[in-house]
Design a binder for this molecule. Sequence first.
Ligand code: IMP
Ligand code: MG
Length: 174
Amino acid sequence: MKKRLLLEQERIQKRVRELAEEINTSYGDEKLIIVPILRGGFMFSADLIRHLRMPVEIDFLTTSSYGNATVTSGDVQIYSDVRSNLKGNHVLVVDDIIDSGKTIAHVKDHILSKEPKSLKFCTLLDKPSRRRVEISSDFVGFTIDDLFIVGYGLDYQGLYRNIPYIFVFEEDKE
Ligand code: IMP
Ligand code: MG
């Protein structure tokens, strides 16, 4: 299969800096607990938090829904929970992409039960045409079409998360 470049490294990094500025403006000097969703959100969140200026605490949540499929099973599970006490704190959950919306909807209920002061979501990518539950992300980097994309934290069968740009696999033409 051939790789077709969708978002190059420089374009992603520029947008990440812009998103960080939106977040800086939105929270000011208030302490913020950033919760990247693993595994997909690790690279985006690591780049994003370098540009944040408020006091930042970082914690992690691991979810799974896809297995090795490219379409969600919809059965979202929390594999490992945050360790911090979120109660009374501003929480920003960071993920790679919002697709059906089921992951974020599940994480939303889960985190709200911990009584944060506020809860928002930041996703690098958004595929609104695939939404199955009514939910949106508060900070979005790029809105994309219904394509299965890979790289910059997003995997295909567990691989390619390390690639610093985002691409689509295309069938080889004869
Ligand atoms: P949702 O629950 O359907 O919104 O799916 C969210 C999760 O599915 C993301 O955190 C990704 O891990 C994964 N995902 C959704 N679309 C893609 C894609 O195009 N490529 C790779 N992973 C994806
Ligand atoms: Mg994910």
